[in-house]
Design a protein around this ligand. Structure first.
Ligand code: T4K
Length: 409
């Protein structure tokens, strides 16, 4: 496709034809070498070993551990179960400090086990937990901190480590976005007591569904392995409470095939992100979340933040893009504290989360990945520039449109 340019009148939201015939999603999966994947799947079927610590799972775990620079990788059926098992294996209880600006699974993994997620505000620059506020949120019931490396950009790792040490808290990181990303040259995955990756279809590396806990703690890894497999230590010997958190062989085969193409995935994401940067960085009223070029990044998230100087709201921009079949997402709107069961339990939580509240209203996630072409990105950038440059006019027209729609009811 060739990049399309429009005027305000031609926007699909005002009746024009959409730029894209088909929906362009955020989170289109990266698929590596199809033939190699099918070979692996055939091999799995031939050997009739489909799950439970098979050879592909072991190979996947070894390669992930090597990449993360840790001793142990325990692969799981998804990132949420990996979080739940890590939380339980670390003995977390009572209260755990966590951002509200994250995917709801981070909070649910705690609440599912009757542990109270204590929502803490973020640093508006990094979008990650503000360590000063974390320290203020500690109570006698606090047992841990669960930081999230949002967009694959590192949490304030060292300050959080210092706080965890000082107050004898466990430190766990949700690294769902952060596979193949580094902090001061050390891979995310290797900090705190343990870190958790997600390999969901929408993630930079996917196993259809999947996740893993990575850690340097051998005792913890042994516990994780037990818990992942019902607590079985041998054929008939159950020595701990466990669940079924196992990854299957086909998932691992997908992960291995993705790992084979990791450099290509990064190169494509990086090229896309740089294109967005070139086309949008100098646009007044919006900021593109940047990655530290001195670190390893997977560039999986293209995050645009709208300033409140614009007349047009983030939701209006999203509506404009959706009308063009650009399925931009409002991650992580409205924030965990405004989702159930947290909203009913802590109705006042928003008062302590001003930066979270502001960011959830300001950010939009744009399409990238190996399923997206450069021309498509040029068209998306054109649409964003058009909307931002004509923000007053578009906002007024959308307001009138909404008024007319309400009258027609
Ligand atoms: N912690 C954090 C910080 C996370 O972001 C996540 C997951 C987790 C923990 C939990 O890990 P997992 O248990 O999921 O392994 C999606 C994903 O389902 C979720 O994995 C992800 N975070 C979250 C950020 O995004 P939704 O509700 O947005 O999913 P959905 O179905 O709307 O799909 C997202 C986009 O991807 C859509 O635009 C469509 C597209 N898509 C999706 C799938 C599944 C495809 O193009 N192909 C596909 O196969 O949550």
């Amino acid at each position: 496709m060739v990049a399309v340019h429009k005027t305000v009148d031609e926007l699909a939201i005002f009746g024009g034809a959409p730029v894209f015939d088909e929906k362009l999603h955020v989170g289109r999966p990266n698929v590596g070498d199809r033939d190699r994947l099918l070979q692996r799947i055939n091999d799995i079927l031939d050997r009739r070993w489909l799950t439970n610590d098979g050879v592909y799972i072991r190979e996947f775990e070894a390669r992930v551990a090597r990449l993360a620079g840790v001793r142990h990788c325990v692969a799981m059926c998804n990132g949420t179960v990996a979080l739940e098992i890590a939380i339980r294996a670390l003995g977390l209880a009572g209260e755990v400090i966590v951002p509200s600006f994250t995917f709801v699974a981070t909070a649910h993994a705690l609440q599912w086990q009757d542990i109270t997620p204590v929502f803490c505000d973020i640093d508006p620059e990094t979008h990650n937990l503000d360590p000063g506020l974390v320290e203020q949120a500690i109570t006698p019931r606090t047992t841990g901190i669960l930081g999230v490396h949002v967009w694959g950009r590192p949490c304030a790792v060292e300050p959080l480590e210092r706080i965890a040490r000082r107050y004898r808290l466990k430190l766990l990181f949700d690294a769902a976005h952060a596979f193949a990303c580094s902090h001061h040259g050390q891979m995310l995955g290797s900090f705190g007591n343990a870190e958790v990756y997600s390999f969901h279809a929408t993630k930079f590396l996917n196993t259809f569904e999947g996740g893993a806990v990575v850690t340097n703690d051998s005792n913890l890894a042994a516990r994780l392995r037990l818990m992942r497999n019902f607590g079985f230590a041998g054929y008939d010997q159950v020595i701990d409470l466990g669940t079924n958190g196992k990854m299957n062989e086909i998932a691992a085969a997908m992960g291995l095939t993705g790992l084979d193409s990791l450099d290509e995935f990064i190169a494509v994401n990086r090229r896309h992100w740089e294109q967005y940067w070139r086309e949008l960085a100098d646009l007044d009223g919006v900021t593109l979340a940047a990655y530290d070029p001195a670190e390893k990044n997977n560039y999986q998230y293209v995050i645009l933040e709208l300033e409140d100087t614009l007349a047009i709201s983030r939701d209006e921009l999203v509506s404009i893009l959706h009308a063009e079949n650009v399925m931009a997402r409002r991650y992580f709107y409205p924030g965990c504290h405004r989702m159930e069961p947290y909203r009913s339990r802590y109705p006042q939580a928003g008062r302590h989360l001003p930066h979270t509240e502001a960011l959830t209203r300001a950010v939009v996630s744009l399409p990238t990945g190996t399923g997206v072409e450069a021309d498509a990105i040029a068209s998306i950038c054109h649409l964003v520039r058009l909307a931002v440059r004509h923000h007053q006019e578009i906002h007024q027209r959308l307001k009138r449109q909404r008024g007319q729609a309400a009258l027609a009811l």
